[in-house]
Design a protein around this ligand. Structure first.
Ligand SMILES: C[S@@+](CC[C@H](N)C(=O)[O-])C[C@H]1O[C@@H](n2cnc3c(N)ncnc32)[C@H](O)[C@@H]1O
Length: 245
């Protein structure tokens, strides 16, 4: 039977399911004041690009959580190819349920995912699962300055009206029970390389797909990439490096 799932069609085989890069993941990991953790959780791991960076660098088991099983299957194939299958355990579950499954997390990592349940809600939901003085490293789409091109503002007014500035997100994290150690904005290249440069030609092809939900998803993706092109650095993906207070 033909697969008309827009997610499968758009993202099949991709290692990166959002903006980011191994170099950024590694850089932010090394900003933490310690590098040894017992319980590590990667929330919304997708196909596991960052999961593999964490597992290889730390040499410790990483619990990789995602609600979409095909991405987890992709991740397991990759970790086996890289001979690090013993360092990754997948869990097909909703990341809002993390505290019911993990109660003593030393490092909770989450790249490009928290917005799915709301950044503030994600941080509040996860805090009881993190050990006192344990860490959370969470990236979130954030406004980088006040001057925003009109087209960009309009796009996010409907696409992500809850997007906040870095200063606002720092307050949100503090109110949720964390100390904010630092923040770090990823480069423009990390949006394009292996991500938008792959999605754009795929989306152009899918504009002709027989199913309207696939065509709509393709058109939205093209619009998102165009908005990024003319964003004038008004928004970006920001890592918030947090320690449970
Ligand atoms: C934009 S992708 C990012 C994936 C990966 N972190 C990366 O940067 O390549 C978002 C991921 O979050 C997962 N996801 C969305 N909502 C979720 C939820 N409530 N619980 C668990 N995973 C979720 C999706 O299935 C997808 O794999």
């Amino acid at each position: 039977m033909d697969n008309y799932n827009p997610i499968d069609l758009m993202f099949v085989g991709m290692e990166k399911l959002g903006p980011g890069s191994n170099a950024h993941t590694l850089h932010v990991l090394r900003l933490l004041p310690k590098q040894q953790f017992h319980v590590i959780v990667d929330a919304g791991c997708g196909a596991g690009r960052q999961t593999m960076v964490l597992a290889k660098e730390l040499g410790t088991l990483v619990h990789a959580i995602d609600s979409y099983e095909p991405f987890l299957n992709d991740l397991m194939r990759r970790v086996k190819e890289a001979r690090i299958g013993h360092l990754v355990q997948t869990h097909c579950m909703d990341m809002k349920d993390i505290p019911g499954v993990f109660q003593h997390i030393d490092l909770l990592w989450s790249e490009g995912v928290a917005y799915n349940i709301g950044f503030s809600n994600a941080l509040t939901t996860w805090v009881p699962a993190i050990n006192p003085d344990g860490f959370a490293v969470v990236s979130e789409l954030s406004w980088l300055r006040e001057q925003v091109p009109n087209a960009v503002r309009e796009f996010f007014l409907s696409g992500y009206p809850d997007m906040k500035s870095i200063r606002q997100n720092i307050s949100i994290a503090e109110n949720a029970g964390y100390r904010v150690l630092t923040n770090y904005t990823i480069s423009r290249e990390a949006w394009v390389e292996g991500y938008y440069e792959v999605l754009k030609p795929r989306a152009n092809v899918l504009l002709n797909h027989p199913d309207s939900s696939v065509r709509d998803f393709a058109a939205e993706t093209i619009k998102e990439i165009e908005i990024f092109r003319c964003s004038e650095d008004s928004y970006g993906y920001v890592f918030y490096v947090l320690q449970r207070a």
